[in-house]
Design a protein around this ligand. Structure first.
Ligand SMILES: Nc1ncnc2c1ncn2[C@@H]1O[C@H](COP(=O)(O)OP(=O)(O)OP(=O)(O)O)[C@@H](O)[C@H]1O
Length: 323
């Protein structure tokens, strides 16, 4: 196997008495979109700032493309593209001017016209920064991160504050960048974004990695595969419902919520549960089967309750699933 693009081992970083990153290890392979997922304050930004050489770890080691981001900053500057949260440019600077300016920092920059095209900004080349929409500003910040033709792009909270349409457009851009051969480290607190884009995800909670895997593996790690909801016809007591499931294969967990039986498990769960209920005289015409979501997995693996969504930034639409 080729050398990993990013290899971080046992990273730690504290700000005074606040331990932002307690113990983070991760390995990013060439060509993947690697997600760093966790709620606000989990330590994601501090982690990627150490990967980018902007902060020196208190302990642990980082290698990016085999180099040390702090010691070999000059060599890595050409090879790592960085898009940090809420990047700002002078109001009057026009899109094309910003790209030309950034291109001048590199020996072999990308063609600004190609980048504008890739990011859907060609029609905005002459527009001042202050007149761009939120999504266009984000896409410009990605263009600026890519202008040095990096092998790795680190993108932090890329779609925070964007409406669902702009968010989807930005996701398409991330996929296009990966198709162009760039390895991507994507920081996000949005479940949907991680699930949709990432090949692998590291779940981070309280400065530690609580799980690493493909979105499917993480979901499976937490819960198995299925969540079944059954609403009985007519009045049935909770005891009868739960009693009917005793010893049924595949059932891992069952509860009753507002007269609905919620069963988690795997295998032939639906069939096993419906047969068991029928045997106990419970009739039902309202059955729903969901795959356990990444959000369920997150709660189960990190111990963070769903109420944590209240910590999310207010600019993020409520429709997005947040951690
Ligand atoms: N420069 C700093 N000085 C002091 N504390 C900091 C600093 N930067 C971050 N922290 C604290 O470290 C912890 C981790 O912050 P960090 O920004 O790495 O988390 P995050 O997961 O990226 O969250 P967010 O998405 O909100 O940026 C938080 O408690 C934060 O308040």
């Amino acid at each position: 196997m080729s050398t990993p693009v990013v290899q971080a081992e046992r990273l730690r970083k504290a700000y005074g008495s606040t331990v932002a990153v307690a113990d983070v290890s991760l390995t990013v392979e060439r060509g993947e979109i690697y997600g760093i997922l966790g709620r606000n304050g989990a330590g994601k930004t501090t982690t990627v700032e150490m990967l980018a050489g902007l902060r020196t770890p208190d302990a642990g080691t980082v290698r990016v493309l085999g180099l040390d981001p702090t010691r070999d900053a000059t060599a890595l500057h050409e090879r790592v593209g960085l898009q940090l949260q809420e990047s700002a440019l002078p109001d009057r600077l026009r899109v094309r001017e910003a790209l030309d300016l950034y291109a001048s920092f590199y020996a072999r920059p990308a063609d600004p016209a190609d980048l504008l095209d890739l990011l859907g900004l060609t029609a905005k080349a002459g527009t001042a920064f202050k007149d761009l929409s939120g999504g266009q500003k984000q896409r410009l910040s990605v263009a600026l991160a890519l202008v040095g033709r990096p092998e790795v792009a680190i993108l932090d909270e890329l779609t925070t504050g964007l409406d669902p349409h702009a968010r989807r457009e930005t996701w398409a851009v991330v996929e296009a960048i990966r198709s162009a051969g760039v390895t991507i480290v994507l920081v996000t607190h949005l479940m949907e974004e991680a699930e949709r884009l990432c090949d692998r995800i590291a779940l981070i909670a309280s400065g530690r990695v609580s799980a690493v895997g493909t979105p499917e593996q993480i979901v499976a790690l937490a819960h198995g595969e299925q969540v079944l909801r059954v609403r009985p016809d007519g009045a049935v007591t909770d005891d009868v419902l739960l009693g009917a499931l005793a010893g049924v294969p595949g059932v891992r967990d069952a509860s009753v919520d507002d007269r609905t039986l919620v069963v988690r498990g795997g295998g032939t769960l639906v069939q096993d549960v419906l047969v068991a209920l029928d045997r106990h005289g419970v009739r039902t015409s309202d059955v729903r089967l969901d795959r356990a979501s990444l959000e369920d997995a997150f709660v189960s693996l990190t111990g963070d309750g769903p109420g944590t969504a209240a910590d999310a930034r207010p600019s993020v639409p409520a429709s997005a699933s947040e951690v």
